[in-house]
Design a protein around this ligand. Structure first.
Ligand code: SAM
Ligand code: SF4
Length: 332
């Protein structure tokens, strides 16, 4: 098992499959993009699948989520999902995507064993989408979401980040749209993980603002805490049910005490936390011909790094240091 000294056990593995992306969301990346990881540093499909196998068969991982960058840009994605689905015990498999290309890939991914998708969509207005993502691809995302729903990748969850002066008035419209289509909407507080270091606590749209905005049009009843478990989203029943809406308040209401995550970057670095400033090199172990490279040794290294996981990264503290890697290179 992957247990730390604070009594938490990681059972949820997030795997970043690439740091590249076809959008340039303002809260994530600069307009010109980033220096992408050099190809030789990226894990091959076989290496990714081997680490997932070790995590699932030896370390108690039950949920695997693929992310990035944009994971649909990874050529071997369908094969990686298929190999993950063939593991025993069979993990639950999900994908976080910006939805571009999902209209083409939803069917093959479902067939390969993918259970669910989270699609990021911050706005229903094409012009605001273009401003937020610096690309004119709104319709591609809507098509991807609809196709995923039809393909049975349900419930489709929608992730939305609200940005001041752009889409901060759109929370009720997004919720009405999600309810109409049967999608589950979650708002994510903007986190200090953008490559440009532009995040500011004073201007970010926080959970309190999001909930107040939703309550101008909907009645929200908090779901009992027992239903939340280790989920990062606080959920609310909308207008008496059955629909729900979630808020992931990583900044103002952190949920570190119940964290069950462990993360792999596309270049094979193990991170115990999204906000961690240290990493453990599993790629070197994978590529070593010696005893460091056995499944046993890699599993032990993973356990050892997990034991040292800090209770909380202290995002709210004044001396908080943003990790060197931005969100897109960690895997959100
Ligand atoms: N490209 C895919 C996507 O956008 O869904 C997967 C990777 S993206 C880094 C994963 C999630 O992180 C998305 O829902 C995105 O909106 C969110 N995200 C990115 N930067 C963020 C930030 N600074 N604060 C909060 N959420 C962020
Ligand atoms: Fe790309 Fe996702 Fe970052 Fe947007 S949030 S730039 S889609 S990685």
């Amino acid at each position: 098992m992957l247990t730390d000294t604070h009594g938490r056990t990681a059972t949820d593995l997030r795997v970043s499959l690439t740091d590249r992306c076809n959008l340039r969301c303002t809260y994530c990346m600069p307009e010109e993009g980033l220096d992408w990881l050099p190809r030789p540093e990226l894990l091959s499909d076989d290496e990714v699948c081997r680490l997932i196998r070790i995590a699932v068969t030896r370390l108690g991982i039950r949920d695997v989520r693929f992310t990035g960058g944009e994971p649909l840009l990874r050529r071997g994605l369908v094969g990686i999902v298929e190999r993950t689905a063939a593991l025993t015990p069979r993990p639950h498999i999900a994908l976080t995507t910006n939805g571009i290309g999902l209209a083409r890939l939803a069917g093959p991914l479902k067939e390969a064993g993918l259970n669910r998708v989270n699609v990021s969509l911050d706005t229903l207005r094409p012009d605001i989408f273009t401003q937020l993502t610096r690309r004119n691809r709104h319709q591609n995302v809507l098509d991807g979401i609809a196709t995923a729903h039809q393909a049975g990748l349900q419930p489709v969850k929608i992730n939305a980040v609200l940005m001041p002066g752009l889409n901060d008035d759109e929370a009720p419209d997004l919720l009405a749209w999600a309810i109409q289509h049967g999608y589950e909407l979650r708002f994510i507080e903007q986190m200090p993980l953008d490559a440009q270091h532009g995040w500011q606590r004073t201007t970010m749209i926080d959970a309190e603002h999001i909930l107040a905005s939703l309550r101008t049009r909907f009645t929200l009843t908090p779901e009992p805490a027992v239903h939340r478990g280790t989920a990062p989203a606080e959920r609310f029943v909308v207008n008496g049910g059955p629909h729900r809406v979630g808020v992931i308040a990583s900044v103002t209401r952190p949920f570190c005490r119940t964290c069950d995550r462990t993360r792999l970057t596309a270049d094979g670095q193990l991170r115990t936390c999204l906000f961690a400033t240290t990493e453990t090199d599993l790629r070197a172990a994978l590529r070593s011909a010696g005893t460091d490279g056995t499944d046993d040794a890699i599993a032990r290294r993973w356990q050892h790094a997990t034991r040292a996981k800090a209770l909380s990264p202290g995002i709210a503290e004044v001396d908080y240091q943003q990790p060197k890697r931005p969100m897109s290179a960690i895997g959100g």
